[in-house]
Design a protein around this ligand. Sequence first.
Ligand code: NAD
Length: 433
Amino acid sequence: MDIAVIGTGYVGLVSGVCFAEVGNNVICVDHDEQKIEKLQNLISPIYEPGIEQLMEKNLNAGRLAFTSDLAQAISQSELIIIAVGTPSLPNGEANLTYIEQAAMEIGKAMNSYKIIATKSTVPVGTNEHIQMIIAMNTMQSFDVVSIPEFLREGSAINDTLHPDRIVLGIENPSLAAPLTELHRSFTDQIFVTSIRSAEMIKYASNAFLATKISFINEISNICEKVGADVTEVAKGMGQDKRIGSSFLSAGIGYGGSCFPKDTDALIQIAGNVDYEFQLLKSVVEVNKSQRYKVITKLEASLGPLSGKSVGIWGLSFKPNTDDIRYAPSIEIVETLIRAGARLKLYDPIAMEKFRERINHPAIQWCENALEAATGANAICLLTDWEEFKAVPLSQLIFVMEQPILIDGRNVFSKEQVQGTGLEYYSVGRPDLI
Ligand code: NAD
């Protein structure tokens, strides 16, 4: 198929490259000309393992191109995929400005019948709104479908090439066969629904995963008080097939560009039809407070933080991505700065994006985990990058001012910590002092 993908962010770029990888002709469009120039030179504007190799392969095979000329991309494509951002408005609702702009531009550029597929996460009813905007800008016939995206940053290529399922929200039944055929290169698990159900499936899925995370975080808080170990509890729970083991890792809460904004948006979607989503409101509240556990533990072991040196391991909202949107690290770092601490920050990939967001004289930018630990009164591990698991813990006692490690992601086992001389605090597990 000839496909245009609008938006070359985490979703659009990966989807475009993967559609090319399975044999389609794909043209990726972005209105950010700097991004397009980078992409044309085979430099990915996002960090995603394996993306540049796949870009090069498919560009060389003539199946992939990048442009900022939206009209040209639309005119030569049968399927137009919308993958622009839908960030939060201050009231939590999804900001549809980019979607509306893209719909208008698509309508203006259409030269023949097109299928327009929305991959961006949009509130229920938005695809009807998109349909209306396009219709106001073209005389051509077209169909709008909803194909929500479920990929995870950090494993986005594998998730796209081998998804658990594809959801196709379709109103025109004649599109089920060609769109099923298009996605069969990825999986046979294709679920055709109404557009409104497809839109809801995406929000409900993210809200459910966020609920699992906040649930286990609350269990971890209770574990700390009753002397149980949340890692053992989660393992015992997860062996029950009805529960499943994924998304039961206690820590400092979820972040990223999806869960925080999608939970807020679903609360708003419900509120707009006079339904108070009480459970999800609690999930969000629990998540907001969980990150401050790190600060509480720091204060409990160090006393007042003013003038103390704190090493931070990890800034991205999760490993294998440079994405810091809604990362717990942001509020933790801001709170520590306000408390007068001096900070030594290190992340394998996300330092540049973090520096664009927060730059303060109290921050020292470090080259590696050991440098961030050197001279520190404590280390806080905020992202479970593989690299941190390989740090020789027994060396820390020789470089740190005080050997305190606060593991916000339960990366280390009791066996790894015992005998290292570290004072070790984690989440929902007994302290090792
Ligand atoms: P992003 O911000 O990384 O990328 C969006 C891109 O769209 C940007 O490059 C921007 O320049 C471009 N853009 C915006 N308006 C445009 C226009 N009119 N024409 C051309 N380009 C335009 O966003 P993302 O993280 O890729 O997310 C995209 C959507 O997918 C969101 O709705 C998000 O909720 C959803 N989603 C994201 C993920 C994820 O892990 N990031 C996973 C599933 C779903």
